[in-house]
Design a protein around this ligand. Sequence first.
Ligand code: E4P
Length: 242
Amino acid sequence: MVGAGHKEALRSEEVLTAGRRRRSPLCMKLFIDSGDIDEIREAQAMGAIDGVTTNPSLLAKAGRPTKEVLMAICELVDGPISGEVVATDYQGILTEGRELAALHPNIVVKVPLIEEGLKAVKTFTDEGIKTNVTLCFSAPQALLAAKAGATYISPFVGRIDDIGGEGMDLVEQIVAIYDNYDFDTQVLTASVRNPTHFIQAALIGSHVATVPFKVIRQLLKHPLTDNGLARFLEDAKKIPTS
Ligand code: E4P
């Protein structure tokens, strides 16, 4: 999908759009998708992460109250930390989201991509509260979220692949649409299941990818690195010490 043809298309788009503002950041940001303090600490120690996303399923595994876990994450990581509301009505989303936002200036309120959610995103935007619109599975959904003023849109690529679709095609469409109309909403590639998703997100120009710790570890692994290191360490033993 992201082959020579795609690069050619990007080049011609650059020509077509010469003079217009490109929204790509200097480097794709890497968030960890986790509610596990220990693994967030480990990823943080690797210097790898710029922020954190959580969801109710991840926090259920943490076995502690949501606000407690979010506060602990905020103490560890100085970057955007997404905490999700579980209310599904406008007033409920507002109440919950405001409470989450009051916890720490880095909190981003994660809101589901439903009608009541978009209304709440518009209000949060007017109040200066950052939002991450989650459970995005189509380009029109992403366009509506951007119009409501979402800070981030989260297309779930792995879950689209799970039902036989091409999750990365959606990321490509959203990046193109947001670039066409200079939306400030950042594309946060979510439901990342493997290093290929991650590198495709970077090639497409996604602003952020949120990645489980298991996949962050896979990103750094290469058998030639391990074999090469083993050989260097073996040969080092043969070096005379005096
Ligand atoms: C994103 O913010 C979600 O927490 C997450 O990426 C969902 O991933 P999953 O489809 O692997 O549960």
